[in-house]
Design a protein around this ligand. Sequence first.
Ligand SMILES: *Cc1c(COP(=O)(O)O)cnc(C)c1O
Length: 231
Amino acid sequence: MVKTTIAERITDIRERIAAAADRYGRNADEITLVAVSKTHPLDLVVEAARTGLVSHFGENRVQEGEEKIPHFPSDLDVTWHLIGHLQRNKARKAVELFDAIESVDSLKIARRLENIASEFEVIKPVLMEVNCAGEESKTGLAVKDAPELVDFIRDECPHLLLKGLMTIGPLGGNESEVRRVFATARNLRESFRKSPEDLPVLSMGMSGDFEWAIAEGSTQVRVGTAIFGHR
Ligand SMILES: *Cc1c(COP(=O)(O)O)cnc(C)c1O
């Protein structure tokens, strides 16, 4: 672990987000920082929240959410994002635990989430996860299948609020390759938008590529390693 405090590391990320926003003519206020706390212990996540520098947290497994979310101090007002692939048998727990489900990648899981949210009488914010990197990535639904899922959620899932798209950049690509993938996600969101307020969220960018994601219009970056250290 690097010899800095968690507050220093979050401040550093915030400064890099602000600098990137500046450089690419964006407003840093429109970029949400989600601290990805997967594999890190509850204590460390609480410590991060206590700094007051971050209030959004991301987990990629429902089971890990179960170990953290209900045990989080109730005086801390935080938002929990599910960012990893969701299995059908975990959907109920996911709706119960998470404030937003950002990895909707099939009609089947959307239908399942709709049924559960309807039963709970809640409206759950969701993102659909699209595989914009093609062969290089295995998570998310294919770009060609995205329009059908958008229509399905909009027309047949009144208890799901589709807020936008999530994508993962290609690992180990150079700047132009990674930015091309992020631009694909941006253009895809544009193509689905019905008004400038529609689909406000474009979640892309991780520790290694969030500045490039900001260049391409990201409104939500998901940063794990650069805040919590290596997993
Ligand atoms: C783990 C994870 C992240 C964070 O990745 P880092 O490289 O540690 O910043 C972001 N998004 C998703 C979907 C993840 O699974």
